[in-house]
Design a protein around this ligand. Structure first.
Ligand SMILES: Nc1nc2c(c(=O)[nH]1)N[C@H]1C(S)=C(S)[C@@H](COP(=O)(O)OP(=O)(O)OC[C@H]3O[C@@H](n4cnc5c(=O)[nH]c(N)nc54)[C@H](O)[C@@H]3O)O[C@H]1N2
Ligand SMILES: Nc1nc2c(c(=O)[nH]1)N[C@H]1C(S)=C(S)[C@@H](COP(=O)(O)OP(=O)(O)OC[C@H]3O[C@@H](n4cnc5c(=O)[nH]c(N)nc54)[C@H](O)[C@@H]3O)O[C@H]1N2
Ligand code: SF4
Ligand SMILES: [Mo]
Length: 772
């Protein structure tokens, strides 16, 4: 650890923004006495939300911290073991699974939460050492549908320039609470008060974001596909599309196919299904078309909902039809140190599949919702072992009961975590890591534009005895598997001793001669270049290769950020990353970088599988019209939606299981004491429904879904639509034998998932309520 005055710079780890913070560590060398925003952080510039100030509860709270490797005894209790025993036994048991069933039956899950990807970046070496092939992470229960659509449309991922846009559109996204872009609350307020700019929010809840919006399309839950199709259709039918722009940038046949389908859409009828006034939808469409720039951000409200992949597609058609790509304030293709979530866009039905369920693998990730299916079967290719790193799938994946059963059915479960989580309790071995403030750490959620930022955080407090950083755990497992050893390291170490240029040459020569080492490269770098890095930043070794790749792929942006050109640019970028405690600008792009990253490829508006879904909507509409009184707007049961409803139906409510609130942060902070408000996580419902049930704030109800039944206190609010109820995410954690709040996935079902991406319908769980 380096001493950098009494305030030490780091970042908040509670959401993907990773705002820069400064921490004042107490005299005991452990407690976080004060936390403030870091003004020198190039993205957040001093901004934080309310949550960062509570990070002491992550570092020092009542969390069930583990500081010794643990081995499960036959009776289910755990005993402490030393690291040599842990590594030797875990490696031997993984080898045994590999020998008996093939390495591809070892499944890897996780690799980083909201603040930590550096350790997980070493996992490909471990997978390679044991012959493992399949993996997944939370991205495969939220973003994979969107990744796939982006790949099909553009061949590239993209993000929204909300800071500079004239019109911001949020679809199933509440950035006031969940952020998702730098300084979100400030940016929302800026847009809200600027008469020249507008905000459009599509959300069944009148969220804090909707409060600031000019247009709130308070959609009936689960009907976004109708609403967005109507919105896109208005653009076509009122001739509001950017025809010239499309002629230049998009394949003509695709434009024609999409236009043909959208011209047939019965806008009024679809607005009625979505229960949003047609005038409002038309006004929103006209505002989008008239704007100099539009930035659109979709998130879980639609990504964990019915038709999620189709909805992602129509959402993107809206900004593409109006020419909102590759200009200031619109969508852009970001640079990056690592490519997180890029997909190749195989047509549905082609491309890689999971071995048992045959589910489409997108961006290299098996859909989270099929993992239990891949295990709970006698199929010979079923997964037999799981290595879980920095994730809590027994809590965060659909259908926790079934997920627990799946974990119990495996021959071996190994968990790398800082705390005794719901998942760790089911493991055979638990390997403890330092917290994110006790080691070098970073994320790959770096998507800013025109200046993109990377922040390698230095440790701010010392780690306890008995924990090992993830890169060290991966290195030891790889070595115990016999995949790498001193003979491989010696020549590279010698070269590293002669300097970075000599190392680069030796490294490239070695990989050229032994291409089988490529996937082991992270550990190779960690053991050879790592020890030569300043401040003890061995874990950053893999960023050396990433920096060079970034400089090669984005030469202009890296040069403009001040690192020069050629091989030296990669070295300078890497040095800046390792020594800049506040985060550094890695690329400074010009607008046309978006076009360069897309290449000479034209935009393909026609994704045939998805366009066919839009074309089929009228049939679905006709079918649903008779099935569940699509037009009704009354309270309580009569708004039960998405094929569940109708008064007197068995499941009259739609439960959104896992809403982001002021004091939720996935399961990163386990100490319930961090919540200043809403400590138990209430069930929010409309005032009309509360009257029907005859309950008031704090009364308890029984909430039942097909998968589970719980008791929970209610919070009636005028922010909710009748028939829609919502529970927060991240609650229901057990610490010191006390469970606080409801774990949402005790109520969700793994078969409720998207047809294309396999992503869950967590925001649309049919439910019923009884007052207690
Ligand atoms: N405070 C806080 N912030 C976080 C996190 C956290 O745990 N707590 N987690 C982080 C993570 S991992 C993620 S992925 C992001 C997620 O960020 P968001 O996606 O913004 O979070 P949610 O609150 O889950 O869902 C967003 C909205 O979807 C709406 N919604 C529900 N049903 C529907 C529907 O049928 N249609 C539409 N259009 N909207 C619907 C909800 O009312 C809600 O306002 O947040 C990140 N930020
Ligand atoms: N029903 C429902 N389910 C959901 C959601 C929802 O909205 N509704 N949201 C989903 C979404 S979007 C997401 S992103 C997932 C999140 O769920 P997960 O991907 O499971 O991740 P987290 O809850 O963030 O848990 C992170 C884990 O990392 C551990 N940890 C913290 N720091 C470190 C460290 O330095 N090293 C290691 N090794 N471990 C560390 C924490 O103790 C915790 O166990 O949940 C998903 N589940
Ligand atoms: S939780 Fe708040 S302070 Fe922390 S990274 Fe996200 S926006 Fe920043
Ligand atoms: Mo997430």
């Amino acid at each position: 650890m380096v001493e950098r005055g009494e305030w030490r710079s780091s970042a908040c780890i509670l959401c993907e923004c990773n705002c820069g913070i400064e921490i004042k560590v107490g005299a005991d060398g452990r407690s976080f006495d004060k936390i403030r925003g870091d003004k020198l952080h190039p993205a957040s510039a001093g901004y934080t939300c309310n949550k960062a100030l509570r990070l002491d509860h992550y570092q020092n709270g009542r969390s069930g911290r583990i500081t010794s490797p643990l081995r499960r005894r036959p009776d289910g209790t755990f005993e402490e073991i030393d690291w040599d025993t842990a590594i030797t036994e875990v490696a031997a048991r993984l080898k045994a699974v590999q020998a008996a069933h093939g390495g591809e039956t070892i499944f890897y899950y996780g690799g980083g939460g909201q603040g930590n990807h550096l350790g997980g970046a070493y996992s490909p070496a471990t997978l390679q050492a044991f012959g493992a092939r399949y993996r997944s992470s939370a991205l495969a229960q939220e973003k994979t549908g969107e990744f796939w659509v982006n790949a099909r449309l553009l061949g590239a991922p993209n993000r929204a320039d909300l800071e500079h846009c004239e019109v911001a559109v949020f679809v199933g996204k509440n950035p006031y609470q969940s952020h998702g872009f730098p300084r979100a609350r400030s940016v929302l307020k800026e847009i809200g008060k600027d008469p020249a700019r507008s905000m459009i929010v599509i959300d069944p809840v009148r969220t804090e974001t909707a409060d600031l919006a000019d247009f709130h399309l308070q959609v009936r839950p689960g009907t976004d596909v109708y609403l967005l199709t109507a919105l896109a259709a208005v653009l076509v039918q009122e001739e509001l599309v950017a025809a010239e722009w499309l002629a230049e940038h998009a394949e003509a046949a695709g434009v024609k196919a999409v236009t043909a389908v959208l011209s047939e859409v019965p806008v009024g009828a679809y607005c009625e299904v979505a229960d949003v006034p047609e005038d409002l939808v038309r006004a929103a469409a006209r505002r989008i078309a008239a704007a100099g720039s539009v930035a659109v951000l979709e998130d879980l409200g639609v990504q964990m909902n019915k038709d999620s992949t189709v909805v992602s597609y129509v959402e993107k058609l809206i900004w593409l039809l109006t020419g909102n790509l590759g200009k200031k304030g619109a969508q852009y293709v970001p640079s990056g140190l690592a490519s997180l979530g890029r997909d190749r866009g195989h047509p549905a039905g082609e491309g890689p599949r999971s071995p048992v369920a045959g589910a489409q693998i997108i961006s290299g990730l098996v859909p989270c919702n099929v993992i239990a299916d891949e295990i709970l079967t006698d199929h010979p290719a079923r997964y037999r072992a799981m290595l879980i790193e920095s994730a809590n799938p027994a809590h965060s994946l659909a259908d926790s009961a079934r997920m627990r059963e799946a974990l119990e059915a495996l021959e071996l479960v190994v968990v790398v975590d800082v705390a005794m989580t719901e998942t760790a309790r089911l493991a055979d071995y638990v390997l403890p890591a330092p917290t994110q403030y006790e080691k070098f750490e970073a994320t790959f959620f770096n998507f800013d534009f025109p200046k993109n930022i990377f922040h390698l955080r230095h440790p701010v407090v010392a780690a306890p005895e008995g924990v090992l950083p993830e890169p060290e755990i991966h290195a030891r497992l790889v070595e115990a598997a016999g995949a790498l050893g001193e003979d491989d390291y010696a020549p590279l170490r010698e070269a590293a001793g002669r300097g970075r240029a000599a190392f680069a040459e030796a490294f490239l020569t070695t990989l050229g001669a032994r291409p089988e080492l490529a996937k082991l490269a992270p550990v190779l770098l960690y053991r050879t270049l790592g020890p030569t890095l300043p401040h003890g930043a061995a874990s950053a070794a893999l960023l050396w290769a990433a920096a060079h790749t970034c400089a090669q792929r984005n030469p202009a942006g890296v040069a403009r950020a001040g690192y020069g050109e050629g091989l030296e640019a990669g070295e300078r970028l890497f040095d800046a990353i390792v020594s800049g405690p506040h985060g550094v600008v890695i690329t400074d792009d010009e607008q046309d970088e978006t076009w360069r990253r897309i290449g000479d490829r034209k935009i393909q508006l026609d994704v045939p599988e998805l366009l066919a879904e839009i074309a089929r909507l009228p049939e679905r509409f006709a079918a649903r019209d008779s099935a569940d009184s699509a037009g009704s707007t009354g309270s309580g049961g009569s708004t039960g939606t998405g094929g569940t409803g109708g008064t007197g139906s068995e499941w009259p409510y739609v439960l959104s299981a896992g809403e982001r609130r002021a004091f939720t942060a996935n399961t990163i902070i386990r100490d319930p004491g961090w919540r200043r408000r809403d400590p138990e996580g209430t069930l929010r419902m409309s005032e009309a429904d509360a009257r029907l049930l005859n309950v008031t704030a704090g009364d308890r109800v029984r909430l039942t879904t097909r998968r589970g039944s719980v008791e929970v206190a209610v919070e009636p609010t005028d922010r909710m639509r009748a028939g829609h109820i919502s529970l927060p995410n991240g609650l229901g954690l057990e610490v010191s034998e006390v469970t606080t709040g409801i774990a949402p996935n005790e109520l969700t079902a793994s078969e409720d998932r998207d047809e294309y991406a396999g992503t869950p319908w967590h925001k649309h769980v049919p439910a019923r309520l009884e007052a207690l």
